[in-house]
Design a protein around this ligand. Sequence first.
Ligand code: NAP
Length: 474
Amino acid sequence: MELKTKLYINGQWCDGEGTLDVIDPSDESVIAQITTAGDKDADAALDAAHKAFATWSKTSPRYRAEILRKAFEIMIAEADYIATLVSKENGKVFSDAKGEVIYAAEFFRWFSEEASRTPGDFRHSPSGDKRILVTHQPIGVSLLITPWNFPAAMATRKLAPALAAGCTMILKPASETPLTAIHIVDILHRAGVPAGVVNYILPIKTGATMSKLMHDPRVRNLSFTGSTEVGRVLIKEAADLVLRTSMELGGNAPFLVLDDADIDEAVKAAMLAKMRNGGAACTAANRILVARSVAAEFTQKFSAAMGALKVAPGLTEGAQLGASVSMKERNKIAELVDMAKGAGAEINIGGEKPEGVGAFYPATVMTVKKDNPILSHEVFGPVAPIVIFDTDEEAIAIANDTEYGLISYVFSGDLSRAIRTAEALEAGMVAINRGVISDPAAPFGGVKQSGLGREGGFTGIHEFLETKYIGVEI
Ligand code: NAP
């Protein structure tokens, strides 16, 4: 399959103003040189999206649904190729990459089904003086900005509902992982998305170019997934033109193991919740909170499972833990572990930055006190700090002691106790007795500084729709 590397504007693969090397973090080699965009290219993408909106927003839901269904089928047929691309540019192991690609394709399927189910409302006003007609209309040109950790799924989680709703868009993926996003744009091209509806750019100067786009009144919506730090900057920028925003930001998930939990099941789930994507997930279990009576057994079994992982480049047969996305990201992980050690963390396994080529960091388990500073950082790597607690109330207080509120995990043999705990946790999502709950059919999103809005589920399409009320004299 031909590797696409150019910008995609108005249905054409275009040259831009510069180039950027895409690096394989497992050996630091250059995989590809891709085209980057100047402000002129960003303007051209906006012109195209703005013009295409006039016709795309008027297409029938069924027409849009069928294009999305076709995109789903192409993506599934090409899943191995795309997973190889994900693994090479992101560093994650092939099995994680393949899982991501299937999950990503499911957003096309889910929103192909949702496209024709947008609800409306027609009612008598309470006084009887009029009829209340409520309808939903596509918002307009949307900017979609995505991170490097799920280069396929974060793109489809935005592209699919935006297309289903009838919006046009400009996709801007992370500079580290553009190849997967470009391939997905090509799938949409082949599935029959008309020219101008989906445009892809990778700016030479991300901040300046995206800020310029956000200050153009033709742009009506920003859907961002990335760090809370950048999210805050974008919310401030969006204020200038009161741009509608949806923010899927950072997380610092607690994983609670209560004293009646099935420890073997909890260990298996903790491995998934912590290690999917090598720990580089907004949903990653970053703070493992374990009841004192089961702490020794859990720590021993969990450390053994972490220590048994095969660390190797993502495409190596049997690899279970690949490279981080870059040396810079890997070094950040090492600095956080060093900080934790300086504050008294006891290392069970791992904890040392390896020498040599590639952005690798070993699976690391440490036991820390509840005031260790590592607990207030989003560690985007294979590092699991364990904190021991004495009561459920204490566990909930530690879990909620963070500015983040994306997801929490609870393990307990008593469902009522687990639900009571889930209700007390400040998080947009809670997993009970499971290590993964992400599902295109469920609303994904956080509270507190983990973001605004929900992607997926029945609400996902509404991030790209405006509600209009029409009052009718009778
Ligand atoms: P990031 O540094 O915030 O970057 C995310 C995206 O924003 C990239 O495309 C980046 O482009 C772009 N960007 C950076 N500065 C910008 C600016 N001033 N204006 C416009 N765009 C800008 O995040 P990351 O390191 O790629 O991803 C990791 C973060 O994403 C973690 O915090 C993780 O928790 C979060 N995340 C959240 C979710 C969720 O659903 N809640 C899902 C996945 C990841 P460049 O690459 O060109 O800088």
